[in-house]
Unconditional design. Structure first.
Length: 201
């Protein structure tokens, strides 16, 4: 099998893996919990591990595996995405620390960074979505990158952060529910044995 055929198979499996809308729902819930937490001044951070780790597994087993068989993303891909996520988080942490440790009123550049803080954060999140979407052929992440950047650009300048994040969460959840509904409609439950598919890089 030549490299072009292998790449085509990888692309098809990844697109199938993300065609169920499960990870769209996870992203939407993360935004929603963050937004509601800020909006109503409640701490929902303890729910994030459940949403990120437990919920996808439950939904995949309930919705996806009975219809498409069990699919796994190769560990190297998972590691790459995790490293990218933590790298962007580290850059944001250093960036925020740099701003807080210096007097922005005396430095025009720091003042500009402070005034555009949420735009920069939105840009970093959007960059993560774009790179992840390109790597895993998860094209809806491009849409989420765009609406994230728009939302964060409006944050605090026009609309409070809690409202922006809540709206983004609701919007992505609505998209995810449409995707899940279509997935269930067009992929009836299979009676054959589970087939484990693993993408090789």
């Amino acid at each position: 099998m030549n490299s072009s055929n292998l790449k085509s198979i990888q692309k098809n499996i990844y697109q199938t893996y993300f065609s169920d809308g499960v990870w769209d729902l996870v992203i939407g819930l993360i935004y929603l919990m963050a937004g509601l937490g800020i909006w109503i001044n409640q701490n929902f951070w303890y729910l994030f591990p459940i949403i990120l780790l437990v919920l996808p597994l439950i939904l995949k087993r309930a919705i996806t595996f009975p219809r498409m068989g069990q699919m796994q993303i190769k560990q190297t891909k998972k590691l790459w995405i995790s490293l990218l996520f933590f790298l962007i988080e580290a850059i944001l942490f250093i960036f925020l620390y740099f701003i807080s440790a210096n007097n922005s009123t005396k430095n025009p550049f720091l003042l500009w960074l402070t005034q555009n803080l949420f735009v920069i954060i939105g840009l970093m999140i959007a960059l993560f979505f774009v790179l992840t979407g390109k790597t895993l052929y998860f094209k809806r992440l491009y849409l989420y990158a765009v609406i994230t950047l728009i939302g964060f650009s409006l944050m605090y300048r026009v609309i409070p952060a809690g409202i922006v994040l809540t709206f983004l969460g609701v919007l992505i959840i609505v998209i995810s529910l449409i995707v899940i509904r279509n997935f269930i409609r067009y992929h009836p439950i299979q009676n054959n044995e589970e087939i484990t598919q693993e993408v090789h890089s």
